[in-house]
Design a protein around this ligand. Sequence first.
Ligand code: PLP
Length: 396
Amino acid sequence: MSQTIYLDNNATTQLEPAALEEMLPFLTESYANPSSGYQFGAQARKAINLARERVARLLDCEAEEIVFTSCGTESNNAAINSAVQFEPRGKHVVTTAVEHSAVLRPCQELEKRGCEVTFLSVDQNGDVDLAALEKAIRPNTALVSIMWANNETGVLFPVEKVAEICRENGVLFHTDAVQTAGKIPMRLRESAINFLSLSAHKFHGPKGVGVLFINKRSRFRPSIIGGSHEGGRRAGTENVASIVGLGKAAARAVACLGDEATRVRAMRDRFEKGIFETVSGASLNGASATRLPNTSNFSFEGIESQAALMLLDRHHICCSAGSACKSGSPEGSHVLRAMHGTNERTLNGSLRFSFGRFNSDADVGKALELVPQAIEKLRRLSVPAVGVQPANVSVR
Ligand code: PLP
C-alpha cells in the first residue's frame, strides 16, 4: 500500500520504527514476568519503569502518577467508575454532548443505574460555556469529565480552567486527552486535573495499551481487581512490549513537539487554504475555535460523506466522516449535530482529514488534487444543492 495517502491520524497512527525496535526483545528473548523476583524479571520491570518515566516527562508529572491500561477506553471507564462508585457524593456526573463514545457510553450506562448525568451543549464553534459548567455542578456531583481535544473537529476545551473550577467546587475532574498527546504540550504538575486518559496508538505507539494519569492527591479505586500490579491501581500482568513501545512513542512525542508539530500545522494549514481556494460550498467545522494543529473537519455542501469516502478510497486517500468509530453509522456525527443542530448540509457532507508526523508535502499536494475532483464529481452525479457553484477543477 505504498501509494496510500494516510490522512486519518486521529483514527490511529503509524507505529514509530524506534518504538518497534525497542519492543521486539520483549516479544522474543526478554519474556520474563515483570513481577518475578529474579534478574530476568527485573529487566522487564526496569523497562516498564523507564516507560513510566518517559510518559511522566510527556505529561510533566510524577512517574508514580502513571498507570498503564489496555487502551484509552479502559482509562476513561476506570476514572468515571472510580468517581461514581467510591465518592460519597457520587450521584451526578457532568460531561459534554461531544465526548467520544468511550466517555458518552459509560455515562449513559450510569444513567441506567440511577446516576444523573448532565451533558453540556456546545455552541456553533464547538466551544463549551464555562458559566454553564459551573452552574451544572451540584452538591452531589462526583465528577466532571470533559475531553481536552475533540477527535472529530480538533476543537480544544480549556481543561486547565475547567479543572480549576472543579477544584474550587471540590469535584473531581477527568479529561480524555487521547487526541492531545504529541500534538500540543500538556503540563500537569501545577494543574488541578485529577485523572487523564491517553492511548498509545494515537501518538505512534502500539494499539492496545493506554495510560491513566492519577494525580497523587486524588482518591482512586480500581475497577480491575486482582494482583497488586501498577501500585494496586490496575491488576493484570503487564503488557511489557506494548508498554515499552508506548514509552518510546512518548519520548519521541516530546522530541517532536517543536519542529515536527510546526511542520504538521503548516501541512494542515496549506490543505485548508487549498480546499477553500478550489472548492465552493466548503465550511470548516470549529473554524473560530482554538483547534489541534493537525485536524481539518470540512462540511461540503451537496455531497454525502459516505460516497465521498468511497470515491477517495479508490484513489487511496484515507480520511473519515467524523470519527473512525462512527464510520458507516447512519445517524451521522453527534459532534456536528451538537454544534449545528439538524442542518443537513453540514451533517451529511462532512469529512475529517487529520495529518501526522509521517505525512509529507507531497501527500498534501496529492490530496489537494484529488479531494476537489472527488467533491466536484459527486456534485455532478447528484442533484445540485441550492447555492452551490461548480468548483473550478478538472473532472476525472
Ligand atoms: N477518546 C478519544 C477522544 C478517542 O479519539 C478515542 C479513539 O478514537 C478513544 C477515546 C478510545 O481510545 P482507544 O482506541 O485506545 O480505546
